[in-house]
Design a protein around this ligand. Structure first.
Ligand SMILES: Nc1ncnc2c1ncn2[C@@H]1O[C@H](COP(=O)(O)OP(=O)(O)OP(=O)(O)O)[C@@H](O)[C@H]1O
Length: 261
């Protein structure tokens, strides 16, 4: 159980539900009705501007619904500020503070004021070891590669240890080999921690590789939801197949190894 700042306890891998959540940015309006299964990785795909980041921002609390409820586990968090929600979030870039060392950037996941105990320091060292960055604790973000910076962000997720992880195209700026390494790391961290992961990606291969469930957004709403197996099967939703530019998925692409089911 993870204590949240308001004292409520939320189980690891809490389900996330948007219940009739409406929201608008001027002309762009959104209506979300969707449940993300506890402890599963759900890949969220959809055309540019369909509302993927907006959905994550509503779950994180960076945006507030016009109406409807955001639930994490049993808790209605609709009115809770981001710091009180049991979530971590990793963006495509700018996850780190440029003037803080790797160790301190990770430490922020433990204590926003960086008043770290010995137990915290041990957790930070363990997390850096886990993501393959032992020995680079004192470096500044600019002294790391793009992939290493995302590893630091993942280490911070590990020490925060929240039941929900929101990923907004976290590996989009990395080359294919590095992206695969990061997806493998994410999959193995998920296997250990079993947090509920909402993973926004434009890459069908990435969704196929680690997504267990899929949500497809179109025009500010959930057009389709189901298992990744169903989505990538030839009989998957028509709108999704049109989006990824295929008819029935061919045998060759079906052979792309999915690391996890
Ligand atoms: N802060 C904002 N102010 C005004 N409009 C916004 C804001 N953020 C997003 N929008 C608009 O809301 C719509 C959805 O944006 P959102 O970023 O959620 O889409 P997305 O599916 O994540 O797109 P992409 O794949 O391009 O990242 C777009 O039309 C966008 O222009």
């Amino acid at each position: 159980m993870t204590p949240t700042h308001d004292g409520a306890d939320v189980k690891h891998g809490a389900a996330v539900r948007l219940d009739n959540v409406s929201f608008s940015y001027g002309e762009a309006s959104f209506l979300f009705n969707v449940q993300f299964a506890a402890s599963r990785i759900t890949a969220i795909m959809g055309p540019s501007g369909s509302g993927k980041s907006t959905l994550l921002n509503l779950v994180a609390g960076f945006e507030a619904p016009g109406s409807g409820r955001v639930l994490i586990g049993e808790a209605d968090v609709s009115a809770a500020p981001p710091s009180a929600r049991p979530v971590s979030m990793v963006f495509q870039e700018n996850n780190l503070f440029a003037h803080l060392s790797v160790e301190r950037n990770v430490g922020l996941g433990r204590s926003p004021s960086l008043s770290l105990t010995d137990v915290d320091r041990e957790a930070i060292a363990g997390a850096l070891q886990r993501v393959g960055l032992a020995g680079k604790e004192s470096r500044l973000p600019r002294e790391l590669s793009g992939g290493e910076r995302q590893r630091v962000a993942l280490a911070r997720v590990l020490v925060r240890d929240r039941p929900v992880l929101l990923l907004d195209e976290p590996f989009a700026s990395l080359g294919p080999a590095l992206r695969d390494d990061m997806l493998d790391l994410l999959a193995s961290v998920h296997a250990e921690r079993k947090m509920t992961v909402l993973f926004v990606t434009h890459q069908p291969e990435d969704a196929r590789r680690i997504g267990q469930n899929m949500v497809f957004l179109d025009n500010g709403t959930v057009a389709e939801a189901g298992t990744a197996a169903d989505f990538f099967d030839g009989s998957g939703p028509e709108a999704f197949r049109r989006y990824i530019g295929s008819g029935p998925v061919n045998a060759g692409s079906r052979d792309i190894a999915r690391k996890r089911t």
